[in-house]
Ligand binder design. Sequence first.
Ligand code: FE2
Length: 410
Amino acid sequence: MLIRNALIENSETAKDLRIKDGVFMEIGSLKEEENEEVLDLKGKLLLPPFIESHVHLDTCLTAGDPCFNMSGTLFEGIECWSRRKEKLTAEDIRERVNKVVRMYAANGIQHIRSHVDITDPSLMAMKTLLKLKEELKDVMDIQLVAFPQEGILSYPNGRQLLIDAVKMGADVVGAIPHFEFTREYSVESLNFALELAKEENRLVDVHCDEIDDEASRGLETVATRALELGLYDKVTASHTTAMHSYNNAYVSRLMRLLKMSRINFVANPLVNTHLQGRFDTYPKRRGITRVKELLAEGINVSFGHDDIEDPWYPMGNGSLRDVVFLGLHVSQMMGHDEIMNSYRLITYNAAKTLHISENYGIETGKPASFIVLDAKNYYEALIKDSPVLYSFRKGKKLVENSPCKQSVLF
Ligand code: FE2
């Protein structure tokens, strides 16, 4: 198959791509072969598939059931979820996850890292997600984090549940230090999680300091243990919203450690601007980690959706465009190059976090997985909220959408 006239990753010159046996065989100025199937993109933007680096598939589409989060705080969200969890069934999870995966696919996403709540003695969500991961693998790569929503040390049998979830097949070990009862528990829970990851050869993704408390310093422990255990970029710190409130002298010391540790960061702009600052009067904090400063230091940062219509966030539609759009605003990353390159926050940077870079990207010899947007570059795509026209996975067309059409009759 020949894909013609693609503007690859904001390039101003169109190129052609030849796909054979599910991989990119040639990229350049190519001649059509006899009887070759041709798709002419007529100068549309071609990108590698989008990657959702942080979501909770098990909680999606449960907003208002049994209660809405009225205060908008993370902690009321956890309370609402705790009540919803009581009526969780495998069928209920399957139905919602199948819906959400299709929402994501329609928006050009082909890889998802999902946290799955394992503070449940039956581990029902993890068991169900492991099956769904296998069933959906032709349309979506799903990486699963064993996520102890109610704590490792602060939830009955929390340590054993985390071990069981990992042995069962979870790809990533999670933790939630700011939710543990004490600072000591917080440090101990991180030591436990990272050592378990080392032993079981897993990645790590910690819900880290998702609070406006400037004294919440799980991040320094995560980075130190990543460094000392030699886990480095296998470790990710998600959220780190307390870093927004740290004093600058402390951050300047912390940055040295963060660079040495080589850990990744995931920020979730939609959800954290909604959840954080809830105990502030005015001024109200923006609730996002220091994205611009981390990137300037060469530290890897990606953006995630986090929640889609659940106790922590009543909105969301599976489109990462809104995530990037808001993230650029609240992080004050509105320079021309910052906007143009922001697709990297949901493509290459996220691929690094998920450790899938080897088979990812628009290069000869790599799997022919890509998306096409109805725009000439990512700046235009963000402004126009351009739909994903096509999503191809290993050479096979998964999604086809109509171009945006407006008719102003004057
Ligand atoms: Fe999260």
